[in-house]
Design a protein around this ligand. Structure first.
Ligand SMILES: [Zn+2]
Ligand SMILES: [Zn+2]
Length: 352
């Protein structure tokens, strides 16, 4: 049995774009309630309460001008921070900064060796760019955590992002750095944000370390299992990371309100178990999970709950069979062929 450190604050509820917006800030609170109901808090999970990230921490990634712009919008609460997905509201700066603080807090505690694994369900804002909000994301907590670690001498940081959307903001920040980023996402030439094709593989010292896996619509567990075994596992093992961050957005789950993929909890369990095993093999266990997308609240909460069980006491997992999807999904024939072609092209490009 291992203990997990989880960051949570009721201030996460303040990250609220309004009742009609798909991002539901109460997902994290639901997770806490479920963990509590099953007696996992304090026994398996230590909860820590984050402070908002400082401007200095935010400036590891974001420009001063952008932070000032968010602070102004935070005072007036008017307009949008981007082209129309991310409305401003009063207090948006503080609400976004405390979620970054949550990712930084568990990253620090894992870096110090106080815990092997950390989880900030309130993090995972992978679309935010140095001077730009996008796709419900204001500050990129993942890229900030990577830069924070690298400043402290942790060189080989691997980020795995399983959200249904391409990790475009994280990629833009880290593109020229020798940080490994693997993003699996839905891709049909149209789906948000539209980037993340195979040929975006990094520049300079980052060349060959940005791995994009664009999956056709309705990709199921059959194809995802191959992606985990044939792409994700060998690429992280070759990199031999000292620290791993896993963006665990659940919008690639079948039936997500905004997603186009067809994964079940089986895919999420498989990718987590694989990354977890690699973390123990190469990185002394050092693994931080963040949340991310996930617009069907129950699917998201149950998948995060299963992740907590798998990271702390995997033998107990069968007790929670009701939270696992009963049947695995298969990819429709025409997309299956396309997916095989994409996997082969990735293997060729990266010499696998
Ligand atoms: Zn997403
Ligand atoms: Zn472990």
């Amino acid at each position: 049995m291992e203990k997990l450190v989880l960051s949570y604050s009721d201030k996460y509820l303040d990250y609220n774009f309004g009742p009609w917006h798909p991002f539901k800030p109460y997902r994290e609170k639901r997770l806490m309630e479920l963990l509590s109901k099953h007696g996992l808090l304090n026994t398996y999970v230590d909860v820590v309460e984050p402070e908002p990230a400082s401007d200095e921490d935010l400036m590891l990634v974001h420009t001063r001008d952008y932070i000032e712009y968010v602070k102004k919008a935070s005072e007036t609460g008017l307009g949008y921070l981007d082209y129309g997905d991310t409305p401003a509201f009063k207090g948006i700066h503080e609400a976004a900064a405390v979620r970054v603080g949550g990712t930084l807090l568990v990253t620090k505690l894992v870096h110090e060796g106080r815990y092997a694994h950390g989880f900030n369900p309130g993090g995972g804002f992978h679309h935010a760019k140095p001077s730009e909000a996008a796709g419900f994301c204001v500050y990129n907590d993942i890229a900030i955590a990577v830069r924070w670690l690298r400043k402290r001498g942790v060189r080989r940081v691997a980020v795995v992002d399983v959200d249904v959307h391409h990790a475009d903001g994280t990629q833009e920040v880290l593109n020229g750095e020798d940080v490994l980023l693997i993003s699996t996402h839905g891709y049909d030439g149209n789906f948000y944000p539209g980037t993340g094709w195979i040929d975006e593989d990094g520049v300079g010292p980052g060349k060959g370390l940005k791995v994009n896996v664009p999956l056709p619509p309705r990709t199921g567990d059959d194809v995802y299992s191959m992606v985990v075994d044939e792409v994700i596992r060998p690429i992280i093992e070759r990199y031999s990371p000292e620290f791993i961050i896993l963006q665990f957005g659940v919008d690639a789950h079948a039936g997500d309100e905004l997603g186009i993929l067809n994964l079940t909890t089986a895919s999420y369990i498989k990718v987590l178990n694989t990354v977890h095993e690699i973390a123990h093999k190469y990185a002394d266990g050092r693994l931080v999970l963040t949340g991310g997308g996930g617009y069907n609240v129950w699917n998201t909460v149950k998948t995060w709950f299963l992740a907590v069980v798998l990271l702390t006491n995997p033998e107990m997992i069968n007790k929670y069979g009701d939270y696992m999807d009963k049947e695995q999904t298969t990819t429709p024939a025409r997309y299956y062929e396309e997916a095989l072609y994409i996997i082969d092209a990735i293997k060729e490009r990266f010499g696998l």
